[in-house]
Write a protein that binds this ligand. Structure first.
Ligand SMILES: Nc1nc2c(ncn2[C@@H]2O[C@H](COP(=O)(O)OP(=O)(O)OP(=O)(O)O)[C@@H](O)[C@H]2O)c(=O)[nH]1
Ligand SMILES: [Mg+2]
Length: 373
């Protein structure tokens, strides 16, 4: 009996334990906590990255954008620009970070231009690794890059050497989703040809894209059809626009040309809706692949390189977070103490093991045994 005299009522029917409600709990928890998702957009300057991001999330992520001059562009190295918005729709919160990389390919020295991007992806893994082995594991903010839209120039004849080099450099670190930029500049047939060419090159050069998961046999037919269409659409041919135009009395996002309007959200005009559907319906899968494949790769590499695990230096915080230095210092100290303690315990264990081994081999007749430790 509760203190206020009211009895606790079993919410379950008798005869049921109630674990059928577990998925709801998971759902409720993630709704309360909100989703954290980081999308990175990469590609040459002017291919419509920022425009597409604004079209995708119906927000203006870059209200104060300044367009650099030609001279600035030549001197420009890749700048990483992370902006976070909290979007709420029907009670579900999404903390979305978009990492924009303006200037990619602008600088004359394009060989090194993607290094800072790779560094950014690695830094986020490093930071997660530190946080995960720290004291405050419950409140880790996940800034790892879960998906990277790679923008392909529609005016080329497929992938350029820089595109291939970049994708090969990051495909084991991040989920790449290729998009064909500014698809309104191509005819339907040209889009199909370019898509085919790009996929052929991706195969030829051994580039791993984000693998859209197969649907289970028991899924319903509509869902299977959706999966099939999404897979067939890669690389997604997209059009972006920040302009609302009235077409037949309806307001739509589109681009107006002398011969008509290209509607961003019209599936007959481009794959924008397919790309958005792919992203929204696979958010969790993209996070899982990031955790289970890319992050594990990173951890394995770190272990193999023999670097101390975890690194003691605080990793670089992304541009949008302000950490309190004092707090970081305190945490650092606590971490170091914890590590010392761990090392002491490891030494003790090793000593005990050695003693046991000595006892064992002493009791054996032919004495020597070798061990791979
Ligand atoms: N035809 C066409 N033009 C587009 C499309 N998307 C954007 N644009 C235009 O292309 C220009 C560049 O767009 P941005 O979104 O600023 O390009 P960006 O890739 O972010 O460029 P950087 O920030 O310099 O790397 C703008 O004038 C846009 O209006 C598209 O889908 N089709
Ligand atoms: Mg931009």
């Amino acid at each position: 009996m509760a203190a206020d005299g009211r009895q606790f009522v079993n919410p379950e029917q008798s005869g049921y334990v109630g674990f059928a409600n577990l998925p709801n709990q998971v759902h409720r928890k993630s709704v309360k906590k909100g989703f954290e998702f980081t999308l990175m957009v990469v590609g040459e300057s002017g291919l419509g990255k920022s425009t597409l991001v604004n079209s995708l999330f119906l927000t203006d992520l870059y209200p104060e954008r300044q367009i650099p001059t030609a001279l600035e562009k030549i001197q420009q190295t890749v700048k990483i620009d992370a902006s976070t918005v909290e979007i709420e729709e029907r009670g579900v919160k999404l903390r979305l970070t978009v990492v924009d990389t303006p200037g990619f390919g602008d600088s004359l020295n394009s060989v090194d231009c993607f290094k800072p991007i790779i560094q950014y992806v690695d830094d986020q893994f490093e930071r997660y690794l530190n946080d995960e082995s720290g004291l405050n594991r419950r409140h880790i903010i996940d800034n790892r890059v879960h998906c990277c839209f790679y923008f392909i120039n529609p005016s080329g004849h497929g992938l350029r050497p820089l595109d291939i080099a970049f994708m090969k450099a990051v495909h084991h670190k991040v989920n790449i989703v290729p998009v064909l930029a500014k698809a309104d500049t191509l005819t339907k047939k040209e889009v199909l040809n370019l898509k085919r060419k790009v996929m052929q090159q991706i195969e030829q050069y051994g580039i791993s894209l984000y693998p859209l998961p197969d649907c289970d046999d028991d899924e319903d037919e509509d869902y299977k059809e959706q999966c099939r269409q999404l897979k067939a659409a890669v690389p997604f041919a997209v059009v972006g626009s920040n302009t609302i135009i009235e077409v037949k009395g309806k307001k739509v996002r589109g681009r107006m040309y002398p011969w008509g309007v290209v509607e961003v959200e019209n599936p007959d005009h481009c794959d924008f809706i397919k790309l958005r559907t792919m992203l929204i319906t696979h958010m969790q899968d993209l996070q899982e692949v990031t955790q289970e494949v890319h992050y594990e790769n990173f951890r394995a590499e770190r272990l193999a390189s023999g670097a101390p695990m975890p690194s003691k230096k605080p990793s670089r915080a992304p541009a949008n977070t302000n950490r309190n230095d004092n707090q970081v210092d305190q945490r650092e100290q606590a971490l170091q103490e914890k590590e010392k303690e761990l090392r002491r315990m490891q030494e003790m264990l090793a000593k005990m093991q050695a003693e046991m081994e000595a006892q064992k081999s002493g009791g054996q007749q032919n004495g020597v045994r070798s061990h791979n430790v």
